[in-house]
Design a protein around this ligand. Sequence first.
Ligand SMILES: O=C(O)CCC(=O)C(=O)O
Ligand SMILES: [Fe+2]
Length: 397
Amino acid sequence: MAPSAPFNPPSADLAGKPFVPTWVPPPVTQQKENFAELSSIDLSLMDSDDPAVVEKLVQQVKVAIRDDGFLFLENYGVSLEQLHRQFSLAQYLYHNISEEDKERLLFNPETGEWSGYKHPFGFKRNRGPEDGIEQFNWYKPDWADINRVPSCLHPFMDEIEEFSNYLTKSVNRRLLTLFSRVLELPDDYLWDNVQSHGSPTGEGYFRHALFRPVQKKTQEASKGLRMHGHTDFGLTTLLFSVPISCLQIWGRDEKWYYVPYKPGALVINIGDTLEIVSGGHFKATRHRVFKPPVDQLDQERLSLVLFNSSVGDLRMGPATCEFLLLKIITFVHIVLTKYNSITPHPTRGLYRGTGSLQRVQKPHIPRKARSHQQTMARDPNCHRYRSHRSSSQQCRC
Ligand SMILES: O=C(O)CCC(=O)C(=O)O
Ligand SMILES: [Fe+2]
């Protein structure tokens, strides 16, 4: 398979772009803490010509999701230098955003979205006790209107937008293909039917976050918590591994573990949507942001996050049930056709009103898969529909 195109951002040196100081990763902790041991997935293996390599990758992802729900992703197409440029831009934002922009672009969580600027005083529009967390979140309308973006970032929106586009439309897309394969669905199933489209982040969002060190008094009041344990709402969350260890995941032994720093790696977590659509095969992963180890308590932590979301009004249910329904109805059609000479319409209207994923008229089933499905349906012993793959990955039935 042709290799996926690497990230190729607009130049940082275009005329008119102000100088941006380079972000220098702070030192990693020397403390011995409880660190999670996460699997690392090499996304470039998806492009391998050898089906055995790809199948091995799918199996590796399956196990990683079953055991941790969190995984590292490496070789996904963005170099360390390109990534550090994005961190430099986030750092630049918090050094240069004006008080006027903070006020003008202040978020309004009561709308159900975090769009805009979050002040470091809690998660309500009105300021509460200090939490030291600043964010800027880009949703669909923020990509479409430059006036909704802090003016200090205007010269760099080409780079930020291309980065978000690449994460959503290349990295996340390839990841959803992998996940579709793990679920034995057609390759494009999650991308075509569940993922939202139509902006650099679909209906999800991109975030620059800054966690400033907090005073001892605040640390004690929150018992060290910076963000409560939670699961994310969407399909996948793409976080970048950062040197300041604050992100923790809830282990199967019901203990919290810090996510270790792996330079350049993406940290992927599974959201509620994927749990529902996968019929519980994937579990949304509980995580939180905690105070860092003692030698990092005085350091600022930058975090870049891309939240992938389904279409907002999607009625969700397990995709596998819906898919099974298609298989059964196709089977019935073929049997009827064979024995009663009825002209078949194998997929016409099947997907209306099935109660799940109703926004989908019918799933995208490539021609190859459709004919394979019919072959399968003629064989009543076949129970493993293996979706459209490369021709060397035949159905095992
Ligand atoms: O900044 C992080 O590492 C995680 C943030 C997070 O979990 C969230 O905003 O949902
Ligand atoms: Fe989260």
